[in-house]
Design a protein around this ligand. Structure first.
Ligand SMILES: Cc1cc2nc3c(=O)[nH]c(=O)nc-3n(C[C@H](O)[C@H](O)[C@H](O)COP(=O)(O)OP(=O)(O)OC[C@H]3O[C@@H](n4cnc5c(N)ncnc54)[C@H](O)[C@@H]3O)c2cc1C
Length: 576
């Protein structure tokens, strides 16, 4: 950030050690707060971010390359504990480690979820401010709907009445015409199962519709490019320190007020302290936030004592209830002469040429993420697992699973062949996991157990989702186009074999939430109250995906952005 003085790479440049607010983590939520709190000229704000700059990092900018960001310097590179539901495999668990956090490395899918997801939060909170109706104004503050990169006519591809042109974070429809688009739309007309939904972000998400993504003119819109964009980063009251890894929050003045933050910066071995005169806000995400809390002695007293960590505040639910969407990519061979996007991933020369085109004109196939349409569905009412389980969806209008359609191979692509990829996700899982400490060394990674496919409901739902993908491809529109399944899917001819296939290949959607769950003010359980305050403490709030007590039936960035916008209002009101 050569032109912007407010983003520091070195501790020595930090102008002070005391601020009104100290925000930990420059991800989806942290950057919303950094932006909104510094609208108030009297509030001095410091953001501490463990990762480095997103500036000029081309991989983070080019939408099509989003699948190449995991397992790089932009990723924390976590691995899960062995997952019994995944045949004992430990899997990669990506989390953004860069300005913008996971919004700088995510797939950019923009989906809000169902109105019932939000109304369930309001019910749990006993606070109508969390309801679908109440959050609409925060939706509008977040979203800036933008024309697609190719400026095509988008009539019928979305409903403008549900979108805003005055937010900060850009959202658009796909900007490059995929050769399978007409077949997908034809299928919505041929099979009632896949009926068309003009706008899945209306609150009624069921059906098949066009993907909306956080892309502006063919370029990723992250919380760093938007909320910390040039218009905002020059504010004299906003300071961002990179390469600053927070280890603990401390209560220095009285034992309920955790307003001091301990961190390590750059290569320094000595921990440093900064103080918040008003509040510390943890926005380190679903893994980072409970990790910091537990290291600070805020968690289950007996679990902490076994690691030799003195308890500072007994809050047993910290790190519990980790919830994620299991994700499986299945691929099918298609006719060899089709114009899929596989050749971009198979041919470095072509990818380089397209990158040149993208850099010069911001057009071509690199302007989009790897899917063009999504389908959200419910299990059939007579589905046997539903008869044995309380329906985990937020309501009768909320989906159990999702299919995403890609004009090419999803995953580690073979060197030849052309494909269609369908990604299946369980979006109302019943499995729960946890984040725990491995040791009392705050620099050790935590033990991450997302509990993927741990329940019969979740594996049965994933099985149903894969069967639905098969039904989709058997529609007349695909006749003669789809040839045969790729890899182990070809042998998954019985339910038992299909389960083996699923368990051997499923991974994470990276949609984890729930490890610092919100509950009603009067509830004895939970970690934060409906105003994001840590229960029983002063001067400490949590604003990030960890506070969502249930995972929304959506990709999680839009809900996090929306709730962070609301949190900014709550915090401003508290210090008016
Ligand atoms: C690979 C991937 C793909 C995804 N795809 C999509 C998608 O297509 N659509 C969608 O809606 N959602 C997607 N998501 C999820 C979405 O990005 C997250 O839900 C959202 O970003 C969560 O916001 P957050 O503020 O809770 O955390 P984050 O955005 O992850 O931000 C947390 C920040 O805190 C920092 N931090 C953590 N610990 C510390 C510490 N100790 N000290 C200092 N800083 C710290 C991190 O480095 C990070 O910058 C994806 C996520 C990933 C990882």
């Amino acid at each position: 950030h050569p032109a912007v003085a407010a983003v520091y790479g070195r501790l020595a440049d930090l102008p002070s050690r005391t601020f009104d607010f100290v925000i930990v983590g420059a991800g989806a939520a942290g950057n919303v707060l950094a932006n909104r709190l510094t609208e108030h000229a009297n509030f001095n704000v410091l953001v501490l971010e463990a990762g480095g700059s997103n500036q000029d990092e081309v991989l983070t900018m080019v939408p099509f390359f989003c699948t190449r960001l995991s397992n790089t310097i932009y990723d924390w590179n976590y691995t899960t504990t062995p997952q019994p539901g995944l045949m004992g495999r430990s899997i990669a668990f990506p989390r953004g480690h860069v300005l913008g956090g996971s919004t700088s490395i995510n797939g950019m899918f923009y989906s809000r979820g169902s109105f019932e997801d939000y109304d369930r939060y309001a019910k749990i909170a006993e606070d109508a401010a969390w309801s679908w109706k109440s959050i609409q104004r925060y939706n509008r503050r977040n979203e800036m709907f933008f024309p697609p990169a190719d400026h095509h006519d988008t009539t019928g591809q979305y409903d403008p009445s549900f979108h805003s042109a005055r937010g900060i974070n850009s959202v658009s429809l796909p900007g490059y015409p995929q050769s399978i688009n007409h077949r997908i739309i034809q299928t919505t007309q041929d099979l009632s199962e896949f009926s068309f939904n003009r706008d899945m972000n209306s609150g009624n998400s069921l059906g098949l519709g066009w993907l909306q993504a956080t892309i502006k003119g063919g370029r990723r819109s992250s919380s760093a490019t938007s909320y910390l964009g040039p218009k905002f980063i020059s504010r004299p009251n906003l300071h961002v320190l990179m390469n600053a890894r927070v280890t603990r929050v401390l209560a220095m003045h009285h034992d309920r007020a955790f307003q001091t933050v301990e961190f390590l910066q750059g290569q320094q071995e000595q921990t440093q302290l900064v103080h918040a005169q008003k509040e510390v806000i943890l926005s380190a995400g679903t893994i980072g936030t409970p990790h910091i809390l537990l290291n600070s002695g805020i968690g289950d007293r007996s679990e902490l004592s076994t690691l030799g960590i003195p308890s500072t505040h007994h809050l047993p639910d910290v790190g519990k209830n980790l919830t994620d969407h299991p994700r499986l990519a299945s691929n099918w061979f298609v006719r060899g002469n089709e114009r899929t996007f596989d050749n971009i991933n198979q041919n470095v020369t072509l990818a380089t040429e397209l990158l040149d085109q993208w850099e010069e004109t911001q057009t071509g196939p690199l302007v989009d993420t790897f899917a063009s349409h999504l389908f959200f569905a419910r299990l059939p009412p007579n589905f046997s697992r539903l008869e044995h389980t309380n329906d985990p969806a937020a309501g009768p209008n909320s989906p159990h699973y999702e299919l995403g359609f890609s004009n090419g191979f999803v995953g580690l692509i073979p060197s030849t062949g052309t494909f269609i990829g369908i990604t299946t996700r369980v979006v109302s899982p019943t499995s729960r996991g946890s984040v725990k400490l491995k040791s009392n060394n705050p620099l050790d990674f935590p033990l991450i157990d997302p509990g993927l496919l741990a329940t019969e409901f979740d594996i049965s739902t994933m099985r149903e989702a894969v069967k639905s993908a098969w039904r989709f491809l058997r529609a007349p529109a695909w006749k003669g186009y789809v040839l045969e399944p790729y890899g182990a899917l070809a042998n998954a001819t019985t339910d038992a074999l299909l389960d083996d296939y699923i368990r051997s290949l499923t991974g994470t959607s990276a949609h984890c939430v729930g490890t610092a769950g919100m509950s009603a003010r009067s509830a004895a359980h939970g970690v934060v109250d409906p105003d994001f305050k840590v229960k029983g403490l002063d001067g400490l709030r949590i604003v990030d995906a960890s506070v969502l007590p249930f995972v929304p039936s959506a990709h999680t960035q839009a809900p996090v952005y929306i709730f962070a916008e609301r949190a900014a209002d709550v915090i401003k009101a508290a210090w008016r």
